[in-house]
Design a binder for this molecule. Structure first.
Ligand SMILES: *Cc1c(COP(=O)(O)O)cnc(C)c1O
Length: 387
């Protein structure tokens, strides 16, 4: 099948004969050497990606359960206390995270990451809004929202309305209000439009947090006044949800707002978990809208994912209970210290730079006074920074 321009094939032959153990080890070692480590002085410092070395507790728990490979398919916050094994560990970890985010009653499950968690949130929202009589469902989010929101809207076949980000770089409550006015106006007589509003708690490139409380208050006020819109509010907390509760607990990005329906967290991003581990959380009563009977498995499936890793749940449980708030607080305080040292170093090197550490988050935004404000390519490469 030599159909590529350079004459190469687009597939490889499946091997007939196994490689020897020594040969396997040699290839794997070579590939491993190409992956930067976390603790070696020879490896590049990773400043520019929101992830951490996985914690030893998580790796140990993952290893303990990997061989039995339990399948955590399904949602284990839903069906009483009878769950056992890794499903019980998942239930306990998810409910503790829901408590951290001030939910009084929640459901949730581990996902492959925030892309999947946001897909789950928008799907729950779409289905709940349709159940409430909405014909058309629109997604409203800041133009600076992570691309996973556009992806979820595309998968769910929902129209995406980007709200221009103002000088604050945030989704402002007034902009949401105005966009909802426009949607109400567009809605024909007797019709109902559903709107999934997406707020972000920790933009990837700035670390900033939308005024989720003010947005939530606008949604509550509009709901109380009636009208032809129904609204669901999802919060993308992939890059703040595991940090802010420990560094800035007063930032109200979570279920303490009555008009927040679902939240996604990303423990593999800043929660010291290995890939792939996100957490989807929603208020009780919302998941049933997306239930699909799974007669071959004898249960109802409300997830996006299907079969899931029980070992990952064991790893997350180990961090929630083995690090707890004290441990996470210590880690993130140290991260904020590094952030501030970096900001100081930039100011010292370029006194006219604009330097904005994000409140409570691990990001520092810098605009340099030369090179059109851009990060020198050499630094971007060396420290894996996003220019
Ligand atoms: C990283 C990130 C995502 C995507 O998360 P994945 O775990 O890669 O799916 C979504 N939203 C924000 C704000 C992020 O920072």
């Amino acid at each position: 099948m030599a159909d590529l321009e350079d004459g190469s094939t687009e597939t490889d032959a499946f091997p007939d004969v196994p490689l020897s153990g020594a040969e396997l080890a040699r290839v794997l070692d070579e590939r491993l050497a190409e992956v930067p480590g976390w603790h070696s002085p020879d490896d590049p410092v990773r400043l520019g990606f929101a992830m951490t070395a996985p914690h030893a507790l998580a790796l140990d728990a993952f290893g303990r359960f990997a061989e039995r490979n339990p399948n955590n398919v399904g949602v284990h916050t839903r069906f009483g206390d009878g769950v056992r094994g890794t499903r019980r560990l998942e239930r306990e970890a998810v409910l503790a995270l829901a408590g951290l985010l001030h939910a009084d009653a929640a459901d949730g499950y581990l996902t492959g990451g925030a892309n999947e968690g946001t897909l789950a949130g928008l799907r729950a929202g779409r289905n709940a809004l349709r159940a409430a009589g909405a014909g058309r469902v629109v997604v409203l989010a800041s133009a600076l929202t992570h691309h996973s929101v556009a992806k979820a809207a595309e998968i769910l076949d929902l129209e995406l309305r980007p709200c221009p980000a103002g000088p604050s770089w945030l989704l402002e409550a007034e902009a949401v209000d105005a966009a909802l006015d426009a949607l109400a106006e567009e809605t024909g007589p007797g019709a109902r439009t559903g709107v999934v509003v997406v707020s972000t708690a920790g933009y990837y490139n700035t670390g900033l947090v939308d005024p989720v409380d003010a947005i939530s208050a606008v949604l509550a006020r509009r709901a109380a006044a009636g009208g032809n819109l129904s609204v669901f509010h999802h919060v993308d907390a992939a890059h703040g949800g595991m940090i802010l509760p420990f560094t800035a607990p007063e930032v109200p990005f979570d279920f303490r707002n009555p008009y927040v329906h679902s939240v996604v967290l990303d423990p593999h991003k800043s929660g010291l978990m290995p890939y792939s581990c996100g957490v989807f959380l929603c208020r009780k009563g919302l998941l049933g809208h997306g239930a699909v009977p799974a007669p071959m498995s004898g249960f109802v499936d409300e997830t996006i994912s299907g079969s899931r890793s029980g070992a990952m749940a064991a790893a997350l449980w180990s961090l929630v209970f083995g690090l707890a708030a004290d441990g996470y607080r210590e880690v993130f305080r140290a991260c904020l210290g590094v952030r501030d040292r970096l900001a100081d170093a930039i100011r010292a090197a370029d006194p006219d730079a604009v330097v904005l550490p994000s409140p409570g988050n691990t990001v520092v935004v810098a605009g340099f006074s030369h090179g059109e404000g851009r990060l020198p390519a050499e630094l971007a490469e060396r420290y894996r920074l996003v220019g």
